[in-house]
Every structure is written in structure tokens, then in C-alpha cells.
Design a protein around this ligand. Sequence first.
Ligand code: NAP
Length: 300
Amino acid sequence: MPTTDEVVRDLDLTGRTALVTGVSAGLGVETARALTSVGARVLGAARDLGKAKAALDGLDVELVELDLADLASVRACAETVLELAPSLNVLVNNAGVMAPPLLRTAQGFELQLGTNHLGHFLLTRLLEPALVAGAPARVVNVSSRGHLRAGLDLDDPHWHTRPYDKWKAYGQSKTANVLFTVELERRWGPAGVHAYALHPGVIMTELSRHLTEADLAALSSGARPGGGQLTLVDVPTGAATQVWAATTPELEGRGGLYLEDCAIAGPTPGDGSAGYAPWAVDPEVARRLWEWSEREVGLV
Ligand SMILES: NC(=O)c1ccc[n+]([C@@H]2O[C@H](COP(=O)([O-])OP(=O)(O)OC[C@H]3O[C@@H](n4cnc5c(N)ncnc54)[C@H](OP(=O)(O)O)[C@@H]3O)[C@@H](O)[C@H]2O)c1
């Protein structure tokens, strides 16, 4: 598996502008670093600007405040970004939360669907003019192999009537990332704005902050849900696929793809080891998610 530096080694991104969400920890910091290292102008969004500044450690990244769990903050962030970068070539929807107890966003959404999908959905939609102006442009939605755990339940998306399952809720939110990619490509691809979803790998980051002792023990034993072994990779390797999605000339002019290990992935073999689930690429469900999301975030 290549690292971020290997992915960008032969590239010159001078004159290109990118926005990366979640630049206060983990993969977002590394993604911002890799993009700046080859000349891109990088805007970084974070809810805790002090933490982001410390994590970026002197890197040339323009910080913008963003709390994905509050749509007012998402709207304010988009407004600032449109002013700073009327032309945007890359949007990496990277920020995320995994397996917390049942919590809700400012608008009452289940926290994982609200943060991982709905916040990014609104941000992306509001940035459409900048992305179209920046075309050929790319929207990179950082999903997860965790999407194999659950599809989308539009009858009870926010877990009001079914008993909350933190892993299924994570899976649902990460399935939403892939479905959003499918519909985004259908709608914006013809304008030269292409969309990608991806699994970065399994990396020890702050993403595990909500895990219990039992969850951590299961993870460190290397057991994969559904059987087999988990392979841990370091942060520069884990962030490589999203940097590849954002930059590789190999993907020029195409999108609506699910990526793993810096390559286009196929359907899952069904054992949880790789690939995308059938429910994550269903074009009809993707269209329904788009229309439902528009109503949830108040775009219609
Ligand atoms: N690590 C893995 O093994 C793995 C595997 C598959 C997929 N992923 C995906 O990769 C992405 C990055 O994860 P990571 O491993 O880098 O996790 P991380 O170290 O926990 O970083 C997550 C980032 O998201 C930000 N964030 C969380 N909630 C937010 C909110 N409401 N508003 C704005 N920002 C928010 C965090 O901000 P704070 O610092 O303020 O908390 C942090 O900057 C996530 O989408 C995750 O689902 C990771």
C-alpha cells in the first residue's frame, strides 16, 4: 500500500484549491499536509480551531470553523468558503464520528447520520457554485468498510422507534456516504464535478474515542466482524486512498466510484473483507436519500 507522499510524488497542484473537513486529527491532518506538500492551496475545516492549529503544526492551511452537527455552523462555513475560494477544485468530506452512544445534533438528527452524512450533504450542496467554477473538480466522501454492517433505513433513519445500535448507525451513515456519491455523480458529473467514496483502511486514530474496553479488545485482537483478521495501517498509508481520489490523473473524467487501497474496488465478496455492499450503490435508494436529505437540511 502506498503512502500519501508516494501518491503525490509526481504531482504539481500549484493553482488548485482544496477544502478538507476534520483537520484537527487523524486522516484529515495528513490529507491536508499531503495536498499542501505539492503546492495546493488548502482550506481546512474544524470545529475546534485551536486543536486544528496545534495538529497542523505550522502547515500552510487556512482554517475555517465547521461543526457538522449544527446546520447553522455548516451554512456559516459554506459562506466563508465561498468568499475565500469562489473556485474550488477538491472537497474532501473527511470528518466523522464512530459508534458513540445515542446522541443527537443541534437539529435532532442521530449524531452519526447527522455528522457523517447530513452535515456534509448540506456543505457540499452549498459549495456547488464553487465546485462547478472549479471544474474539473472532485468531491471525495470518506466512507468506511463499516458500511457493510448496515444499509439505509429511511423509515427510521434517526433511531426513534428501533433500538439504537451504534455499529449499525455507523454503518448506515457510511452507506449514506456511498449513496450520496452515486447520486452526486449522476447529477454533477456532466458539469465536470466527479464524486468518489472510499474506505481508507483501519488506522488507530481518535475515531476510537467512543469505543468501550470490549470494543477495543475485539479490535486489538485483530478479529474482523464477520470473521477473518483486521490489518492495521499507519496514518500516511490510511490517508493515501483519499489523497489518491483527490488527485490521481487515473480518475480524470470518471466518478461514482468506490475506492480502496488506492484503486477502484468492486462489489463485496460478502465476508466483510472488501468492496461495496449492493445497498450502497442502488441508484433508486441514492435518489431517495438525496431527496430526503434535502428536506432534512431545509434545502427544499
Ligand atoms: N481510522 C479508521 O480506521 C477509519 C476507517 C474507516 C473510515 N474512517 C473514516 O475516516 C474519516 C476520518 O477519521 P479519522 O480516523 O481521522 O478520525 P479522527 O482522528 O477521530 O478525526 C475525525 C475528525 O472529524 C472531526 N469531527 C468529528 N465530529 C465533527 C463535527 N461535528 N464537526 C466537525 N468536525 C468533526 C474531528 O474533530 P475533533 O478533533 O474536534 O473531534 C476530527 O478532526 C472518518 O470519516 C471515518 O469514519 C476511518
